[in-house]
Design a binder for this molecule. Structure first.
Ligand code: ADP
Ligand code: 5GP
Length: 198
């Protein structure tokens, strides 16, 4: 009765994508997370093959040669990619799949999979974005400056997405994301109701 939903969440680094995505994955078992490949180093709290598949440049090149990616991009100087194997079979089985990817990758997925549900997560201000990146404590000052430098250009792309959510109050933003998902689950593109005789 239901086709799988491909949910694409993006927005500038520090906007709160990971926080919202984690809440959703705990809350809604119909979603599976697409674990991306990256060449960046793991953070202390990150678990290999749960948060990312952390690969060497050579391993990443091999996957590129094998045409293993649905999309891939260089983001803040490191390479990231979504594996077709994380997405295609699950969608075909009617499962919902969640991608947390940057704007370049998201635009690519929107072109390849027009029925995907794209959501742009915005920070309430650039000041708050910097505070969140600093407060997270995972990036060097140089990396924070680089991510802030990219944020302005990324934010300009919000009109290309189907939905935008401002993550000011976390709970309010989460409820808005849930509302989008509830509506899109009932989109007749992917929901085929059957009316029995009795
Ligand atoms: P992203 O995945 O977009 O880079 P994160 O989810 O890691 O962003 O959030 C960046 C930081 O901001 C984290 O420390 C997170 O706990 C915090 N954060 C996220 N959403 C909010 C919010 N609505 N209010 C205050 N802090 C938030
Ligand atoms: P981080 O290094 O903070 O985990 O992620 C940096 C940026 O890379 C974020 O915008 C995140 O959404 C994006 N990203 C993570 N995985 C992928 C991916 O597979 N493809 C693309 N294009 N971007 C990704």
């Amino acid at each position: 009765m239901r086709k799988g939903m491909l949910l694409v969440v993006s927005g500038p680094s520090g906007a709160g994508k990971g926080t919202l995505v984690d809440k959703l994955l705990k809350d809604d078992p119909s979603f599976g997370f697409s674990v991306s490949v990256t060449t960046r180093a793991p953070r202390d709290y990150e678990i290999p093959d749960v948060h990312y598949h952390f690969l060497s440049e050579e391993e990443y090149d091999k996957l590129l040669e094998e045409d293993a990616f649905l999309e891939h991009a260089t983001v803040h100087g490191k390479r990231y990619g979504t594996l077709k194997s994380e997405v295609n079979e699950r969608i075909a089985r009617g499962q919902n799949v969640l991608l947390d990817i940057d704007v370049q990758g998201a635009l690519d997925v929107m072109a390849k999979v027009p029925e995907c549900v794209s959501v742009f997560i915005l920070p309430p201000s650039l000041k708050v974005l910097r505070e969140r990146l600093t407060g997270r404590g995972t990036e060097t000052q140089e990396a924070i400056d680089r991510r802030m430098g990219n944020a302005v250009g990324e934010i300009k792309l919000w009109p290309r997405y189907r939905y935008a959510v401002v993550n000011d109050d976390l709970e309010a933003a989460y409820q808005q994301l849930k509302a989008v998902i509830t509506a899109e689950k009932n989109n007749t593109l992917r929901f085929t109701p059957v009316v029995p005789e009795e």
